[in-house]
Design a protein around this ligand. Structure first.
Ligand SMILES: Nc1nc2c(c(=O)[nH]1)N[C@H]1C(S)=C(S)[C@@H](COP(=O)(O)OP(=O)(O)OC[C@H]3O[C@@H](n4cnc5c(N)ncnc54)[C@H](O)[C@@H]3O)O[C@H]1N2
Ligand code: MOO
Ligand SMILES: [Mg+2]
Length: 409
């Protein structure tokens, strides 16, 4: 049995990120969400593109209004009105101002904006009722970003803020890494699909749906191979087929010591290198991992909680790293949380308890899922947002004490 941290480092070494031209594709702005940028981007535009006003008001020369006050207002002549989107035509000279609106270009000669609340309008003249700060409310060209500087770096996930930057930079053809293909197969004679009537002894294949969801949420493409019976040759063919089609294969079941647990033998027969046969983790101990020249195979344990816990702990960072993300985006996120219940440890495995992680008055709390914490019980797994971890050697966490919690969503 490998310790959890050793299993993790073996896996992260095996997870080679997508790289090179053949692993990239070009997407549009509205299809870029959740993708990973594959090339450094530079814009030829300054941001802001022009000196412009941050407020509705008047563009003035600071020296004209420096002494303005409510008792001694400064009167200026309005020579132009500049809405957003218009190029100003005039130059502001001493004693003059331009009516200006938020986002509109600053006219030549002006160096300060007086907000409209500090003025009084009299036809084509305006009274300035207080002295502004010099350069007040001007957004200077290039003050956010100068053309030619690095804009976005490869390896970042594209979400609303990055997509806004890309749109503003008029980058409409976005180079991203291709989506990883993740094959899913559920092994077990007892399994049926959710729409089949159950005969005695049968069980619905829930793992396939759970894994398809978490894989898709990571921006990868789940490819379903359905339910494969516990028949050696049938399973071997299905695994061989999945290995051809995918970057990563996730199977569930068939990795323990039972007579019908064929996965590891098949992986060896197919030429895979076995890296992990068991991990000191509860639940999830029989996790089996093999590598092939173009594919990484995870044999996840069949119990529904074991399948998801091993996915969250080991597969998720691997998918993220392989997707081309920078380390700060793929490293598992552990937080310190106050456990609301007593957690009982002991034994030879690191124990993962499932429950809810909540932020209460700036401090994380972990609420253990009520009911049976046993790997076959998927019912109380619903609403899990964190996994509290008890390391080997720690016999308990008292209610109110701190515990490390892996955030899972
Ligand atoms: N003698 C021993 N027996 C077991 C050991 C052990 O060390 N010695 N380990 C136990 C542990 S821990 C786990 S975890 C399981 C892992 O078993 P397998 O990965 O071989 O999985 P199966 O035997 O095929 O199934 C286990 C369990 O999960 C249900 N299952 C399977 N697939 C699905 C699915 N797609 N959706 C929902 N549920 C599924 C299956 O019906 C079984 O109940 O082994 C223990 N045994
Ligand atoms: O290690 Mo198994 O995953 O608990 O039931
Ligand atoms: Mg088994």
């Amino acid at each position: 049995m490998l310790p959890v941290d050793q299993a993790e480092s073996i896996l992260l070494n095996l997870a080679q990120p997508l790289d090179g031209e053949s692993d990239q594709e070009v997407v549009g702005l509205l299809t870029a969400s959740g993708r990973v940028l594959a090339q450094p981007l530079v814009s030829q535009l300054d941001f802001p593109h022009w000196d412009n006003s941050a407020m509705d008001g008047y563009a003035v020369r600071y020296e004209d209004v420096v002494n303005a006050s409510i008792d001694h207002p400064q009167e200026l002549e309005i020579i132009e009105e500049i809405p957003a989107g218009y190029a100003p035509q005039c130059t502001i000279k001493t004693g003059q101002a331009a009516r200006i609106f938020t986002g509109a270009c600053l006219p030549k000669g002006a160096d300060t904006i007086v907000i409209q609340e500090e003025t009084e309008r009299l036809g084509n003249r305006v009274k300035i009722l207080s002295a502004p700060e010099p350069h007040a409310f001007i957004r200077y060209q290039g003050s956010y970003y100068k053309a030619g500087e690095p804009l976005l770096i490869p390896g970042i996930p594209l979400e609303a803020p990055e997509i806004a930057v890309l749109a503003a930079a008029q980058c409409t053809h976005i180079p991203v890494y291709r989506r990883l293909r993740v094959a899913l197969l559920s092994t077990g004679d007892e399994l049926v699909t959710p729409d089949e009537p159950l005969k005695r002894g049968q069980l619905v294949d829930s793992n396939q749906y759970a894994l398809a969801t978490v894989v898709a949420n990571l921006g990868a493409e789940p490819i379903s191979f359905g339910i494969i019976p516990d028949q050696r040759e049938v399973l071997k063919n299905a695994i061989a087929h999945a290995l051809e089609k995918a970057d990563i294969v996730l199977s569930t079941g068939g990795v323990s010591v039972g007579d019908y647990d064929y996965v590891e033998e098949i992986l060896t027969e197919l030429g895979g290198t076995i890296h992990i046969q068991a991990v000191a983790i509860k639940p999830g101990q029989p996790l089996t991992v093999a590598s092939f020249p173009h594919c990484l195979y995870f044999g996840l344990p069949g119990n529904p909680v074991s399948a998801l816990v091993t996915f969250w702990r080991f597969v998720q960072p691997v998918i993220k790293k392989k997707s081309g993300l920078l380390p700060q985006f793929w490293q598992p996120e552990f937080v310190k949380a106050r456990s609301l219940q007593k957690l009982k440890g002991g034994g030879k495995r690191e124990i993962y308890f499932w429950g809810q992680l909540q932020l209460v008055k700036g401090e994380y709390e972990f609420q253990l899922a009520p009911g049976s914490q046993i790997s076959g019980n998927l019912i109380n797994l619903a609403q899990t947002t964190g996994l509290a971890v008890l390391p080997i050697g720690q016999s308990e966490v008292k209610a109110g004490d701190f515990v490390q919690v892996l955030k899972v969503r």
